[in-house]
Design a protein around this ligand. Structure first.
Ligand SMILES: Cc1cc2nc3c(=O)[nH]c(=O)nc-3n(C[C@H](O)[C@H](O)[C@H](O)COP(=O)(O)OP(=O)(O)OC[C@H]3O[C@@H](n4cnc5c(N)ncnc54)[C@H](O)[C@@H]3O)c2cc1C
Length: 294
């Protein structure tokens, strides 16, 4: 394991508690968590870890439930790959670790429209491509022009959007780590862009439990319906296991009221699915990604 870390310039933390790296504030340790210093450091890490045959997992941490015994192998955070560059033709290139809120603020300052739909999504731009993150106003696939991927052997591959397949809250990309994303935006009027963003943030504050740790929506919306509606219709608002609770504000959020474990959240998910299936006939599927060892 230590050979794979040799010569890296970024941060390397052994036995890193992943609860500190997830919006749910839940999760056991990573054997090792690495924050590459820059794209070259990321390439070096991937090449060395694959030479050692170490499993790798990359996180932003906002759509994840990490199980209580954590993740074996190397967990990569792109928290230090945060630069944004403007290119001709209203294109932004964002390194994979740029947070969506930062990217939206940048686009507003440059009077570039097209990302307003994502206001309030806390993930990284790379995580948002992988998940094809979206809201009722739009989704990631509307703006992605190309992605830069570091393949499992450590080569850098730039893929245009036409080679990627986007679907509801998922994308099929070549294997590897998304190290950067080109976004095609359009010239806009700064005050108009700002207004849409502010209105959407207010709507989120009014309808979502943003003051408690969560991983956003837990279930995918069933066809022509909303998961929050069916969970609420099954009488599950406020249902809990330990400190994991179905939010009283938005029934498709599970919140961590303090010391919830992954085991608590998974037990609550099972309870919600069973009760929803019994009362409404709907089989809910997870949007949340569950990873690591129980
Ligand atoms: C309060 C709140 C509100 C939210 N609202 C929304 C919403 O409105 N719409 C929405 O779609 N989502 C929403 N989310 C969920 C989440 O922010 C998105 O799914 C986001 O796309 C996840 O990005 P992430 O960087 O945190 O990725 P993670 O959650 O860490 O990872 C998601 C998946 O992507 C993979 N991944 C992450 N980074 C990379 C990379 N660089 N290269 C390759 N694979 C990678 C991971 O391995 C994992 O499989 C919300 C979450 C919260 C907490």
């Amino acid at each position: 394991m230590r050979e794979a870390m040799a010569g890296l310039r970024g941060a390397v933390r052994f036995q890193a508690p992943l609860a500190e790296y997830t919006s749910f504030k839940i999760g056991g340790p990573a054997d090792v968590l690495v924050e590459p210093a820059d794209p070259e450091d990321l390439v070096q890490l991937v090449a060395q870890a694959s030479a050692q045959k170490l499993p790798m997992f990359v996180l932003g941490g906002t759509n994840l439930l990490v199980r209580d015994k954590g993740i074996r192998g190397v967990v990569v955070s792109l928290a230090r790959l945060r630069s944004i560059k403007e290119e001709p033709g209203s294109v932004l290139y964002a390194e994979g670790g740029v947070g969506m809120p930062t990217l939206i603020s940048y686009a507003i300052r440059r009077s570039l429209a097209g990302l307003e739909w994502a206001a309030g999504i806390p993930g990284t731009v790379a995580g948002c491509v992988v998940m094809n993150a979206g809201t009722r106003l739009g989704e990631m696939k509307d703006s992605v022009k190309a992605v830069r991927i570091v393949t499992p052997t450590g080569t850098v591959l730039d893929c245009p959007a036409r080679d990627l397949i986007f679907d509801y809250r998922r994308a099929a990309l070549p294997a590897g780590i998304v190290a950067g994303v080109w976004l095609q935006l359009k010239p806009g009027v700064r005050s108009d862009i700002e207004k849409v963003v502010k209105d959407y943030l207010r709507y989120r504050r009014d309808t979502q439990p943003l003051t408690l740790p969560s991983a956003g929506c837990v279930f995918r919306n069933p066809p022509n319906d909303s998961a929050g509606r069916v969970v609420e219709a099954a009488g599950l608002k406020g249902a809990h296991v330990g400190d994991a609770e179905v939010s009283r504000k938005h029934a498709n959020f599970i919140v961590n009221q303090g010391h919830a474990s992954a085991k608590d959240v998974l037990a609550l998910i099972r309870k919600v699915r069973a009760q929803v299936a019994r009362k409404t006939g709907v089989k809910l599927e997870l949007e949340l990604k569950v990873v690591g060892q129980a």
